[in-house]
Design a protein around this ligand. Structure first.
Ligand SMILES: [Zn+2]
Ligand SMILES: [Zn+2]
Length: 384
């Protein structure tokens, strides 16, 4: 395939998309989408047995030379020394192989929710997210890529991001989910597609001249678990008044913009409440911080459990789905996931966080959709 070829995806956001800092932004910032792609590209390279350096690692920028990629010259042969992620996404002295832009700026709407601020002792508006309506994300390849590079990038975009984890910031807190509705162009030809074993060989070759040993990553795709849950309310969601309560003594009722969000986009932004319902699974604080992240500035990245907001499912007006990604490691195993899920599927527990002063019976059904439960290994084997 030649350079300058474009692949364009029309996508519909399922939950708010965050591409800038807490103050929001005027448009979708492509860098945030590229950041998501790069992050997962690294995890796939590692899952295939290779090495990749990680610019979001807090030690990366302080790393001595040799611990991260960079080119002093662009002599042939030097590029081989870059890790596969830097080769695709660029680093000092080497530019990214593809250009990404969001065409057709979507309709912008700032979604906020009221919450009680304990220290300020008053109700404040907190932003839930921006950007609604369909948008087009276009990839244009500027440099020659190996078919393997395109195959991995396609897997990350079409499978990991579009079907499981979402794009942009705050994905652990509910944002970033989208659905691909239309596609023009293709990343690779069918006859260029490689089996996993061949991709592993390619990764091994690509890492041959890569001499650095990078920090162990927090997230290993082959240890991830992706699940989707169905939440069915006993009455029409439009008739329910939701509120957020950071503190159970202060209740903020009747968020009109959240009702509006549901009516217009079929989004129910209750990831925060779902997280609260499962956070208490671990009474040990160190364990809880390891699994759910701490509330410090790096909390977003540190969470090993990613909970999406809810999005409309079917036409009943009572049912939504949400997704949870679990990133297992030595300190977070299947026993822990089962303990979390036990709380997650406890209807009265979630009801308590959605509506602490309300009546029981708000939720009719709450269950895991087994057909949509996949491990990272399943995805690598079946969809890469
Ligand atoms: Zn690198
Ligand atoms: Zn309070």
């Amino acid at each position: 395939m030649s350079a300058n070829e474009t692949v364009a995806y029309e996508v519909v956001p399922l939950t708010p998309i965050w591409t800038a800092g807490v103050k929001g932004c005027d448009r979708i910032h492509e860098t945030a989408i590229i950041g998501s792609l790069r992050f997962w590209y690294e995890t796939v390279i590692r899952a295939l047995g290779g090495q990749a350096c990680s610019p979001i690692d807090k030690d990366y920028h302080r790393s001595p030379r040799g611990k991260k990629c960079g080119l002093e010259t662009t002599r042939t042969g030097d590029i081989e020394k870059l890790c596969p992620a830097c080769r695709m996404f660029g680093c000092t002295g080497w530019s990214r192989k593809f250009f990404l832009r969001v065409k057709k700026e979507p309709q912008i709407q700032r979604i906020t929710a009221s919450t009680h601020h304990h220290k300020l002792k008053r109700t404040i508006k907190i932003p839930i997210g921006d950007f609604w309506g369909p948008l087009t994300v276009e990839f244009r390849f500027l440099k020659k890529c190996d078919p393997e590079e395109r195959q991995i990038l396609r897997f990350i975009w079409e499978t990991l991001l579009a079907k499981y984890v979402g794009m942009g910031g705050k994905v652990a807190q509910g944002g970033g989910l989208f659905r691909v509705v239309n596609l023009k162009g293709k990343f690779i030809e069918a006859d260029e597609e490689k089996a996993n074993e061949e991709l592993k060989d390619w990764v091994a070759r690509a890492c041959q001249a890569v001499n650095a040993q990078w920090n162990d990553p927090d997230f290993e795709l082959n240890k991830a678990l992706f699940r989707e849950y169905s939440l069915e309310f006993s009455s029409q969601i439009s008739s329910l008044l939701f509120h957020r309560n950071v503190c159970s003594n202060h209740e903020v009722q009747g968020e009109s913009n959240i009702i509006d969000l549901w009516g217009r986009y079929g989004v129910l932004p209750i990831a925060h409440e779902i997280r609260r319902a499962i956070r208490g699974t671990f009474t040990n604080q160190a364990k809880r911080h390891h699994v759910f992240g701490s509330t410090d500035r790096n909390g977003d990245e540190a969470s090993h459990v990613s909970v999406s907001h809810c999005f409309r499912e079917g036409n009943s007006g009572r049912e939504v789905h949400f997704r949870v990604a679990y990133f297992l490691d030595d300190g977070f195993g299947m026993t822990d996931v089962n303990a979390i899920e036990k709380n997650l599927l406890n209807k009265s527990r979630l009801e308590g966080f959605l509506n602490p002063k309300g009546k029981a019976g708000l939720i009719q059904n709450l269950g895991m959709i087994s057909g949509k439960s996949r491990t990272g290994e399943d995805l690598l084997r079946d969809e890469l």
